[in-house]
Design a protein around this ligand. Sequence first.
Ligand SMILES: *Cc1c(COP(=O)(O)O)cnc(C)c1O
Length: 457
Amino acid sequence: MSDLTRFMLGENDIPRYWYNINADSPVPPAPVLHPGTKEPVTPDFLSMIFPMEIILQEVSTERYIPIPEEVREAYKLYRPTPLVRALRLEKKLGTPAHIYYKYEGASPSGSHKSNTALAQAYFNKVAGTHAMTTETGAGQWGTALSMACKFFDIDLEVYMVKVSYEQKPYRRFLMETYGAQVYASPSDRTHAGQAILAEHPDSPGSLGIAISEAVEVAALSEGRKKYSLGSVLNHVLLHQTVIGEEALKQMDMAGEYPDMVIGCVGGGSNFGGIALPFLRENLKNGRRTRLIAVEPTAAPSLTRGVYAFDYGDTAQMAPIVKMHTLGHDFIPPAIHAGGLRYHGMAPLLCSLYDAGLIEAVAVKQLSTFEAAVAFAQTEGILPAPESAHAIRTAVDEALKCKETGEKKVILFNLSGHGHFDLTAYNKYLTGQLEDYDYPEEAIATIRQRLPQVAVEA
Ligand SMILES: *Cc1c(COP(=O)(O)O)cnc(C)c1O
């Protein structure tokens, strides 16, 4: 075992391939359905909003997909990211466990989202796309794609969930600095937005609504604008596997192998990114690492949602996929981990969860901030509130080790920094935050609110 604190790779260690779990997964993917006909989608439908290379990646069963040299060049701005042993946190907890974190906040946009933003902008560029649309919740995805689009000379319009647009103006200013146009969603620029505003003029917005707006603009542009999603889909999880591939090498440098790998889940991409290469090792090389997805009790799609076919967005324009869902009309409570407030979850992760290959837990807002502050005070980095969910669970597992005396090796993904989330930290420090459990009544009615589909659920 190494006694170093930081495990650093060189530029040549940036992965040359993304890892596609669909080559090794024992569970076949469920079909993706057209939101109108509710029959399996055709590539024609998807090609209205995505470039062909992305569609091919979405359905690929190739184990390793080469990372284009232009994308690796762009990754060199911040990859490989550091893997750090959290020695000072271990000491504060008094745990015999070894805690490591992979720091994706080292990217210029401040989170892991650049890993797929750069790839998606590149594949659009080579397909001849000049303009793109997307949605953003807290603003991390919009920031990452704004930068990536500027690098590849593509115009970008971003539909930003209205509460965040109002509460987080600095994220918007950053997107605008990178050259994007940002609109508060629901907006009056789309039929979807107008319909919501007619019924709820004060709607705070949601990721589901913002997705509807961004998809609509692309779908009605006659091919001029393409749409991009920052999580949930197979190709996004694929692009994020650079995290886990690097972490495997870095754990090797550390002379240890994780007993558990932990990540927070909103749509599932940063967790998938770190966990799926470790799942390959479990499936093919006899490793037995526990893979733990952590969600907020306020948006508990894996732990309390229904596993069924549902729309990806609120206005029922996005494809219907099989996932753990709280219902496409879910309006999430205003917790401060904006990036975790989505009604569904990556179908790929849901199938693995259903098969018992990954685990999930839900944690409360206050104890999550408590762990975030403990982390900042020992390791120095101010975590994004989303990432703090992974910290909470890593700390809980380390405290269990303290009780049992076990020396487990814990690896978690620190998906981003929290420099734009200081209002949330201030609220926590001044006692203005509360816990929020998603109400049982709302859970009980999910099934009634799902689309009727003919295929076996
Ligand atoms: C967007 C975001 C998340 C949640 O999205 P996933 O697709 O589940 O990774 C988590 N952490 C940070 C820092 C984010 O920006």
